[in-house]
Design a binder for this molecule. Structure first.
Ligand SMILES: [Cu+2]
Length: 111
């Protein structure tokens, strides 16, 4: 009986060891960024060049990490650091700075 308890304790320890080791591993730098994605509806585009301009404009907005705009669907996918900005702020900043194009959040566009 005593022996079985010992074996059980050892087995438990063996199971917990790798977990303890992995929790001590430093997290990759990207884990500290609170990156979230959102979809935006873009209007005012007439060609792929416009999409590139919208993309550039989105990338200059503070907190935006990546932006990819599809001219055909009129959609932009934006990833942003949510500790720095929100979709609403991105939309407002973009529309202030980029006359001719307008973006709105996909949610607002659905209404
Ligand atoms: Cu164009």
């Amino acid at each position: 009986m005593r022996n079985r308890k010992k074996i059980f304790a050892l087995a438990l320890l063996a199971m917990l060891m790798p977990m303890a080791a992995s929790s001590q591993r430093p997290k990759p730098a990207t884990a500290r960024l609170q990156v979230t994605q959102c979809a935006l509806k873009v209007s005012g585009m007439t060609c792929g060049g416009c999409a590139a301009m919208v993309e550039k404009g989105l990338l200059t907005v503070a907190g935006v990490e990546t932006a990819s705009v599809d001219f055909k669907t009129g959609e932009a996918r934006v990833s942003f650091d949510r500790t720095k900005t929100t979709p609403g702020k991105i939309v407002a900043a973009f529309n202030r700075a980029n006359g001719g194009f307008r973006v709105q959040t996909a949610k607002a566009a659905a209404k």
